[in-house]
Design a protein around this ligand. Structure first.
Ligand SMILES: [Zn+2]
Length: 579
């Protein structure tokens, strides 16, 4: 007998949310794609193992996300089999968002089960642990001399459970032993057949890292992964830290914060794990690599550059690789459709041990996520422009320019202060994303001078950015990627770089956009350098203001775009996983 749940969404709501206007399908590589057909036999075989590994990470992610996820999924599957239509539709939504709680593209919180509530500590911490109790227990443990125990509780790779009156950390390799060992076996098997030696070395290192409680192994695997440039296949175990809203709160308690500092314990948010599998796209990758040679020059143009150690190495030995990837599948944290899905990633994040042993970073861009060429998508885009952007700017709007902006965004994550931003607590991610956006715009003149973009392309990036920087709804503070969008719109409106005309259409002062971004970027770096929670909070809250202009545009956007979420379709991966 499985646990009993009650469905939260009404029949009507479920019909709406699973309709094709509201739940937009996103299709990854197909069985008959030329990208797959042109792989050598060995790589085709390897891909099968990698897809199986990816599938297995869902179980890990679901446990990290919410302790009820697995039982609830089981419940939905059993009910669906009995013919319960509502359970079937709820299951569709569950599979799209990979979990029972999510947010949609209008920032509504979606709870699929009745009486389910938001967990700041997700599945990483006991469900009944409040922030106050968490701080109290840590203080007691520190005063009791349990320094190493606290260090393990506050690291990025442990699940935390109750242990009498205390808390106890269980390393991921132990907690997820069964899943990790299965994945490691699949990686070993892939390494036996894939044609690329460097890729195989990485897979073997990654397999080792999954099986031992030793962060050094992670460092070796990440370092090797970040060096991969010319491989036919792409495989990533992603570890992102946006979900955990518990660990970072320790900096809000002054007494605790002081004790942690005294014991040199740096609290690091928990990693949510995902897997990405794909085929590297040569043409798209060549285009990306253009920016690489400009990185040292870009670093020179960062504000307050002499006051911190740059994230990237200096000179032409740039420890940064970049690939454009045709996606076979995204699973676990990577595949969650929760109001959106990621276009690209620059990993490992600053807290990871590989960066301390001289490892670099690798950017991966998701082709199937960014490209939407369907006639419906085109029509919707035109409608949106007509309703929101002054006519004279339409000629500059270019979907590809959004990709160029993203290239800037991902690379700017590699610029700026390397450490100390953990002190910004829950505002850390918002400010980091804000930095990446503003750097991408602020450095456009430099990139144009260097020859990366033409004057025309520069205008396209500016206009496309400005037009897309308005949301369908005000986000919650937990949505780092959206909060920064609001902050930026507010800042640009306030600085009169953009405004609404009498018809309520967006006008843009093309000459003011880059200087305004430069100004905001300087503010951001100053906040990061402050290493002070209150400074970060003040900066975010003073800019996170939903203005009248945003309300006007959001109403029009909602009218045109009924989508509430999306769902990944992975035909090639589904076929390979079942072979
Ligand atoms: Zn980013």
């Amino acid at each position: 007998m499985s646990k009993n749940f009650e469905l939260n969404l009404s029949h009507e709501e479920l019909i709406k949310r699973t309709s094709k206007d509201c739940l937009i399908p996103k299709e990854m590589l197909k069985e008959d794609s030329k990208e797959y057909a042109s792989l050598s036999e060995g790589d085709k075989k390897a891909l099968k193992h990698l897809v199986k590994a990816a599938k297995a990470i869902d179980e890990v992610f679901m446990k990290q996300d919410n302790p009820d996820n697995i039982d609830f999924k089981k419940f939905l599957e059993e009910e669906s089999e009995k013919g319960n239509e509502d359970a079937k539709m709820t299951l569709t939504l569950f599979n799209a968002q990979i979990g029972m709680n999510a947010v949609d593209s209008e920032a509504n919180k979606i709870f699929l089960a009745k009486n389910s509530k938001e967990l700041p500590g997700k599945g990483f911490y006991p469900v009944d642990l409040s922030k106050e109790e968490f701080h109290k227990i840590l203080l007691e443990m520190l005063n009791n001399g349990e320094i190493e125990e606290v260090r393990n509780i506050l690291n990025q790779r442990s699940m935390v459970v109750r242990d009498g009156n205390k808390l106890k950390a269980i390393d991921y390799t132990e907690y997820f032993k069964k899943e990790f060992e299965y994945i490691a076996d699949e990686l070993e098997a892939a390494a036996e057949v894939s044609t690329n030696e460097e890729f195989n070395k990485y897979l073997r290192l990654q397999a080792i890292a999954l099986c031992e409680n030793n962060s050094k192994n992670d460092a070796y695997a990440d370092k090797k992964w970040a060096e991969l440039q010319d491989t036919p296949l792409e495989f990533t175990i992603s570890r992102e830290q946006y979900a955990d809203e518990m660990t970072g709160t320790v900096v809000e308690n002054e007494e605790l914060n002081k004790l942690l500092e005294k014991n040199s314990i740096e609290p690091i948010s928990k990693d949510s794990i995902g897997i990405r599998v794909g085929i590297v796209n040569k043409e798209g990758t060549d285009k990306l690599l253009e920016i690489k040679k400009y990185m040292p020059t870009l670093a020179e143009h960062m504000p307050y550059k002499d006051e911190y150690e740059q994230n990237i190495g200096q000179g032409d030995d740039e420890k940064q690789t970049m690939v454009d990837v045709d996606i076979v599948t995204l699973r676990g944290d990577e595949g969650t459709y929760r109001g959106g899905i990621t276009l690209a990633q620059n990993l490992p994040n600053n807290d990871k041990p590989s960066l301390k042993i001289g490892g670099g970073r690798r950017n991966v861009y998701h082709r199937q996520i960014r490209i939407s060429t369907s006639p419906e998508a085109k029509e919707k885009r035109q409608k949106r422009l007509d309703a929101t952007l002054a006519k004279e700017f339409h000629k500059y709007y270019n979907q590809e320019a959004d990709h160029w902006f993203t290239i800037g965004h991902e690379n700017v994550h590699s610029l700026g202060p390397k450490s100390g931003t953990e002190a910004l607590g829950k505002y850390k991610n918002i400010i980091e994303e804000n930095k990446a956006d503003m750097g991408s715009l602020a450095l456009l003149d430099v990139l144009t001078e260097l020859g990366m973009y033409s004057e025309e392309e520069k205008k396209q990036i500016i206009v496309t950015y400005a037009a897309d920087n308005f949301l369908k709804a005000k986000p919650t503070l937990s949505q780092a990627h959206r909060v920064r969008t609001v902050m930026q719109s507010k800042y640009f409106l306030e600085n009169k770089a953009v405004w609404l005309n009498q018809e309520g259409l967006l006008e843009i002062d093309l000459d003011k956009m880059i200087p305004t971004a430069e100004k905001m970027l300087a503010d951001i770096i100053k906040v990061q350098l402050s290493k002070d929670f209150a400074t970060g909070e003040k900066y975010v809250l003073s800019n996170f203001v939903w203005t009248e202009e945003m309300e006007i545009i959001s109403k029009k956007l909602k009218e045109i775009d009924k989508s509430l979420n999306g769902i990944l379709k992975t035909p090639l991966a589904d076929k390979l996983a079942n072979e």
